[in-house]
Design a protein around this ligand. Structure first.
Ligand SMILES: NC(=O)c1ccc[n+]([C@@H]2O[C@H](COP(=O)([O-])OP(=O)(O)OC[C@H]3O[C@@H](n4cnc5c(N)ncnc54)[C@H](OP(=O)(O)O)[C@@H]3O)[C@@H](O)[C@H]2O)c1
Length: 303
């Protein structure tokens, strides 16, 4: 029988690409969303509202797998205390709602797979290569990811295989952070940000979707996995590669850190700091990157 996969936040950047891959691999896909959407031939939509503690229970009851992608965009607005709470709640609360339905109905799943982020290791720039064993940091992103991942413990306590995909910056066509960056670079105004030495762990969207697919198929995949190419891409390397794809060398001076801090506040840590991560664990589980090198990945997304 066709297995059903329920995606929370499945109408976003990653969810849209992942849904297409899952459908192409013979799964049926359902999506939990806050907005009214009409079902297509391939996708059924279900409503939920975190503010009202409401979830259409049918979505969970018919699911064999759940992939949790929902969450307020961390880079959309300045990190006020209110915004920080929204960022955390929008990741934790969905898991609590799903858990309540599973528990009430004595329902199990083949697996629960949650997005997480490499930000769990903290916003710092050092040569340390973070593996899944590296302790989580106690800055805002580190704490957010810890709470996000810890929220899955209740699902795991039901005997459900639980996976956490610690994702780096996702490269996609006209999507994610490239959507904002690409037009600036395209017209020749690209530049290095801050000291330029901050690491930028990245992954092509196709590779990320394959990791999710493997997490579904392979029952040995459990726990946390880094999902980012394990190279030495820094902001300077990334910026130069992006300019190169558009056929020029960076000519503008670096954007000083204090300017970014003035504009973005605490959120500037997203662009001014970064961590190096290892992809060894997911590769040991059998995953192979289709895009292990930055420039071909950028060319695929931008040309
Ligand atoms: N893209 C990246 O580079 C990246 C990197 C690391 C980690 N991640 C994580 O991966 C997940 C998916 O990323 P994405 O790039 O696909 O994000 P996205 O395009 O912003 O999509 C996230 C989806 O979550 C839902 N959502 C947003 N706020 C919500 C709220 N308050 N309550 C319930 N649902 C809410 C929205 O769906 P509806 O509007 O349909 O409800 C939205 O489409 C996120 O958790 C993100 O933090 C992404």
């Amino acid at each position: 029988m066709t297995k059903n996969i329920l995606l929370t936040g499945g109408s976003g950047f990653i969810g849209t690409k992942l849904s297409a891959l899952l459908i192409a691999n013979g799964y049926s896909v359902s999506i939990l969303t806050r907005s009214e959407r009409k079902a297509t031939n391939d996708i059924t939509y279900y409503k939920w509202s975190l503010e009202n503690n409401y979830i259409d229970e049918v979505s969970v009851l018919k699911a064999d797998y759940i992939i949790h992608l929902a969450g307020e965009n961390i880079a959309e607005k300045k990190w006020s205390d209110k915004r920080k709470k929204e960022i955390i709640d929008s990741r934790e609360k969905p898991i609590e709602l799903i858990y309540a339905v599973l528990k009430k109905n004595n329902k199990t799943l083949d697996a629960f797979i949650s997005a997480s982020a490499v930000g769990i290791y903290g916003a710092f720039t050092s040569e340390t290569i973070c593996t899944e064993e590296t302790p989580a940091a106690n800055d805002f992103l580190g704490e957010t990811c810890q709470k996000w991942e810890a929220a899955t413990n209740c699902i795991e306590s039901l005997g459900i295989r639980t996976v956490k995909i610690r994702t780096g910056l996702v490269l996609g066509k006209n999507e994610g952070f490239l959507k904002k960056l690409a037009p600036i670079f395209k017209y020749g105004f690209g530049s290095i940000i801050g000291i330029g030495k901050q690491y930028m762990p990245w992954i092509h969207i196709d590779d990320l979707c394959t990791i999710y697919l493997q997490a579904i198929i392979n029952p040995n995949i459990k726990g946390a996995y880094n999902a980012a190419v394990s190279d030495d891409t820094t902001n300077a390397i990334f910026s130069k590669a992006l300019a190169n794809v558009y056929g020029y060398s960076i000519w503008l001076p670096r954007v000083p850190s204090f300017v970014i801090k003035l504009i973005m506040g605490e959120m500037s840590k997203i662009v001014l700091t970064g961590q190096r991560v290892s992809s060894q664990k997911i590769e040991n589980a059998g995953f192979k990157f289709e895009y292990p090198n930055l420039e071909p990945a950028l060319i695929n997304c931008l040309k």
